[in-house]
Design a protein around this ligand. Structure first.
Ligand code: F1P
Length: 337
C-alpha cells in the first residue's frame, strides 16, 4: 500500500528524465520501426507504448513477449529500435532477447534498477525514478515505466498537448488516492468472487489486462482482461448472473461503444464495477459500484491514472481474504531463470 501511495511522487520524479529522453531521441536519428520487448506488467506498459507511438507518432510498433522474441528476431534491422521495459533490469527472458536484438538493432532499456544488466547491455537507457520497489507485484514502477513511455512518445511526435496532460498526472493520482473508502467497501463485497472480467477499449485495454494481472497475482482470484470489442467473440458466454465485470470507461472516443458493451454484460446479470469520470451521469445509473475520477483525465492519459483504483481493489481484496499482498505465492520479484 505504501508503494501504491507513492505513485504520484514516482511519476513526478520520472518526469525529470525529460531532457535525457530528448537527448536519446536526438541521437537516435531516423527510426522506421519500434519493437517493445517485455514480460508481465512491463508487457502491459509496452502495449500502451504501441498505441501511443502508432497513433501519435505514426511509427509502426510491435509488442513482443520476451519469452517469444526469438521468432521475431529475424525481422529486425539497423533502422529498428528495440525497447526493453523492465522493472528489475535482470529478467532472464528479456536479457536473452536483448543479446539477440543487439546483433542487428539499436536498443533502449527503460529500467528502474540502476546498474542492472539491461542498463549495462543496452545502447541507451532511461532510468525510471520510482525508487526501490519491495512489493513483488509491480505498482509504482509500472506508472513510472508508463511515464517514461509517454515522455518518449510525446517528444518524438512533438506533441505539446500530450506533454502538458502528462505533467498533470501526479495531481490526478493524489486526488483519487483521497477517495479509497469506496474501494474498501467494494473489496468486502467481492472477496468471495471466483472469476472477474476487466474490459476496456483502446488505451483502456492494457489497463484491463494489468488490472486483471494485479488481481490474479495477489488475491489468487481468476481475472481475465479483455478488449471490450472482443467480448462478442467468445467470453460473453461466460458472463452470468453475479459475475463481477470491471468496466474501464474514461471520457473519449471509445466511451459510447464501451458503454454499449457494459449494457450487454449487465443484461446478462453481471455486477458492474465501473471506473469512469465524476461527470458521467449515465455511468452512475448503469453501474453497481463506481470509482469516479477527475473528468480531465481523458482516455489517452487514463492508463497512468485509472490503473490506481484497480491496484487498490486487488490490494484490499487480498487483505480481506487474509492474504499478504507483499508476498504472493509462486511469484518472484525478479525471474532470473
Ligand atoms: C517482469 C515481471 C513483473 C512481475 C513479477 C515477475 O519483471 O513479470 O512484472 O511483477 O515481479 O516479473 P521486470 O522485467 O519488469 O523486472
Amino acid at each position: 500500500i505504501k508503494e501504491i501511495n507513492e505513485q504520484a511522487t514516482a511519476v513526478r520524479n520520472t518526469l525529470t528524465e525529460k531532457s535525457t529522453i530528448q537527448e536519446i531521441i536526438d541521437d537516435l536519428g531516423d527510426i522506421s520501426r519500434i519493437c517493445f520487448v517485455a514480460c508481465g506488467t512491463s508487457f502491459h506498459a509496452s502495449i500502451t507504448g504501441k498505441y501511443l507511438l502508432e497513433s501519435i507518432a505514426g511509427i509502426p510498433t510491435d509488442v513482443i513477449l520476451a519469452s517469444e522474441f526469438k521468432y521475431s528476431a529475424n525481422t529486425l534491422n539497423e533502422d529498428t529500435l528495440v525497447i526493453f521495459i523492465s522493472q528489475s533490469g535482470e529478467t532472464a527472458d528479456s536479457l536473452k532477447a536483448l543479446d539477440l536484438a543487439n546483433k542487428t538493432s539499436k536498443t533502449l532499456g527503460i529500467v528502474n534498477v540502476a546498474g542492472s544488466a539491461i542498463t549495462r547491455r543496452a545502447d541507451y537507457v532511461i532510468q525510471t525514478q520510482a525508487g526501490p520497489e519491495i512489493g513483488v507485484a509491480a505498482t509504482k514502477t509500472y506508472v513510472s515505466q508508463l511515464t517514461a513511455i509517454y515522455l518518449f512518445a510525446a517528444l518524438i511526435a512533438d506533441d505539446e498537448k500530450l506533454l502538458e496532460d502528462v505533467y498533470k498526472v501526479p495531481d490526478f493520482i493524489e486526488e483519487l488516492l483521497k477517495e479509497v473508502d469506496s474501494i474498501k467497501a467494494m473489496s468486502k463485497k467481492y472477496k468471495f468472487a471466483r472469476d472477474f472480467f476487466f474490459i476496456g477499449r483502446g488505451y483502456s485495454y492494457p489497463i484491463a489486462l494489468e488490472g486483471a494481472l494485479k488481481l490474479k497475482e495477489i488475491t489468487y482470484i481468476h481475472g481475465e482482461g479483455y478488449a471490450a470489442g472482443e467480448l462478442k467473440h467468445g467470453p460473453l458466454a461466460l458472463i452470468d448472473e453475479g459475475i463481477p465485470v470491471v468496466v474501464i470507461l474514461p471520457p473519449g472516443e471509445n466511451h459510447r461503444k464501451t458503454m454499449s458493451n457494459l449494457e450487454e454484460v449487465k443484461a446478462r446479470g453481471a455486477d458492474i464495477l465501473a471506473v469512469g469520470s465524476k461527470e458521467d451521469e449515465r455511468l452512475k445509473l448503469k453501474s453497481d459500484d463506481l470509482f469516479a475520477i477527475n473528468d480531465d483525465v481523458n482516455e489517452i492519459i487514463a492508463p497512468l491514472v485509472y490503473i490506481v483504483p484497480l491496484q487498490l481493489l486487488a490490494y484490499y481484496v487480498a487483505v480481506e481474504k487474509g492474504l499478504d499482498p507483499d508476498k504472493p505465492k509462486n511469484l518472484a520479484k525478479c525471474v532470473t531463470v
